[in-house]
Write a protein that binds this ligand. Sequence first.
Ligand code: PEP
Length: 249
Amino acid sequence: MRPKLVVGNWKMNGSQVANANLLAGIMAGMNGSGVSCAVCVPAPYLAQAQAMLAGSLVAWGAQDVSARQAGAFTGEISADMLAEFACRYVICGHSERRAYHCESSELVAKKAVAVLNAGMTPIICVGETLAQHEAGEALPVVTAQLGAALALIDPALLTRILISYEPVWAIGTGKTATPAMAQAVHAQLRAQVAAKNAVAAEDMQILYGGSMKPDNARQLMAQPDIDGGLIGGAALKAEDFLGIIHAHV
Ligand code: PEP
């Protein structure tokens, strides 16, 4: 069985004082959970996360990265810069980046490659909008999104990526995909990876994201192809985040 992984996506939230309390609370409650966890913090707080979390059971990472290596790209942050803060994970293609920053699946794929080249693990997000969901297009949409990444990433490196299925209509809305619905998508994503690298597909942790909370996490993570969660709102309170971490079966 694949080990579970719970990753917090803090989005554009936090302050040095609030972060210190949240991280201390998470570290204090981690013992014995048997689940790996990480927090993806806003870039200005990476040094704080590194200083507080180094040597703990909690890994850290970033929420976005530039596809470019270096140079005149004002405001961008390169993968090498993130690696300097010992990030383990970098979220690529979160639906908020796709929607508010017009990120295409091709750009997301380039970002994932930049993350891999810098020695970190991309968490590639895919998910359908409400309109696409209602039109019954979830599977073709996520297949196309993942397909763009699989077209660019060396199949041998697929052992080093994670995928997160995040139906856009479930993010921050309190609505969540049913476990069966999410399982069907996860199984399809795994099969898609398997066509490129069967070993990577078998070992790959595919996370679910979209209003995962302590009270629905157990059922979702009990599905055979749901290997953990990418958590937004509930990652901002230690009690809720730990509730999800401890909810695994
Ligand atoms: C997310 O932003 O990745 C997310 C899943 O958010 P939430 O848990 O708040 O729905």
